[in-house]
Design a protein around this ligand. Structure first.
Ligand code: HPA
Length: 274
């Protein structure tokens, strides 16, 4: 019989602890085109995902596929330079195993970042959006299946997935830096195709401000395990049909490079305060 999620996360946690034997204060997942942040860590220990027992492999361009653990703002940070997506063919258990692993390592704070299409017409490409809440349009929960009390509640509450306190801190940091930080609802699709204009019109009616293909499964698992979650989307493009032009992955990654400096400055300041 295959190992339980708990056992698999436990094995991954043990490997990480053996290779980076310091307590981790905060974990960050870097989205498409946002990998540059990992270069800002001091005394970094780099662990490729394929070395970590039970971690999957990153197959997407713009996702390096390694865990970088190092120092920033006097804290020990674990950075996932690249994440796993459902559209790569992984189960949501595999997609969220790193979050389980962080939880078992005693990490209390998690920052999830992603690139997303802007549905809210007020968002310009290159904007940063604080995730205030999400809509799970993947229609799958990472918690489906056998329940294990060691990982949290069977029916976890989702009224405040993204910590309001951390949202306030992030807004304050942004205004101190003179960075405009939007706020809105992230809607997750399975992908990997982008949406149709009709789907985007529907999502707008349903309350979505940005659309992407990640983050929500990770946030659900983190919430179940009691982590404080902060989510930030880089609006890399206007969602389908909002402009009379197609969407492509190169554009999504270039948007990351353009705002990398702002994004890194904002993350650093937030990290210093949470
Ligand atoms: N849709 C879905 N995911 C995305 C998009 C988009 O427009 N841009 C970046 N990730």
């Amino acid at each position: 019989m295959s190992n339980s999620i708990f056992d698999r996360a436990q094995m991954s946690a043990r490997y990480i602890r053996e290779n980076a034997p310091t307590a981790i204060d905060l974990a960050i997942v870097l989205g498409s085109g946002l990998g540059a942040f990992a270069e800002t860590l001091a005394n970094a220990i780099v662990i490729p995902y394929e070395e970590i027992p039970d971690f999957a492999r990153s197959t997407v361009e713009g996702h390096e596929g390694r865990l970088v653990i190092g120092k920033l703002e006097n804290k020990t940070i674990a950075v996932m330079q690249g994440r796993f997506h459902y559209y790569e063919g992984y189960s949501l258990e595999e997609v969220t195993l790193p979050i389980r692993t962080f939880g078992l390592l005693g990490v209390k704070n998690l920052i999830l970042t992603n690139a997303a299409g802007g549905i809210n017409p007020n968002f310009q490409p290159g904007a940063l959006m604080l995730i205030s809440d999400h809509i799970n349009f993947m229609f799958q929960s990472p918690l489906r299946g056998n329940h294990d009390d060691r990982l949290g509640a069977r029916f976890p509450d989702m009224t405040e997935v993204y910590s309001r306190e951390y949202q306030r801190i992030a807004q304050r940091c942004a205004s101190e830096l003179g960075i405009r930080l939007e706020s809105g609802v992230y809607l997750a699709m399975q992908g990997p195709n982008y949406e149709t204009p009709a789907e985007i019109r529907m999502m707008r009616v349903l309350g979505g401000d940005a659309v992407g293909m990640s983050t929500v499964p990770e946030a659900i698992v983190a919430k179940q395990m009691g982590l404080h979650v902060l989510g930030i989307s880089l609006i890399s493009n206007a969602a389908a049909g909002m402009l009379d032009q197609p969407i492509n992955h190169v554009e999504v990654m270039e948007a990351g490079a353009r705002v990398a400096e702002q994004f890194i400055a904002l993350l650093k300041k937030i990290i210093s305060q949470i």
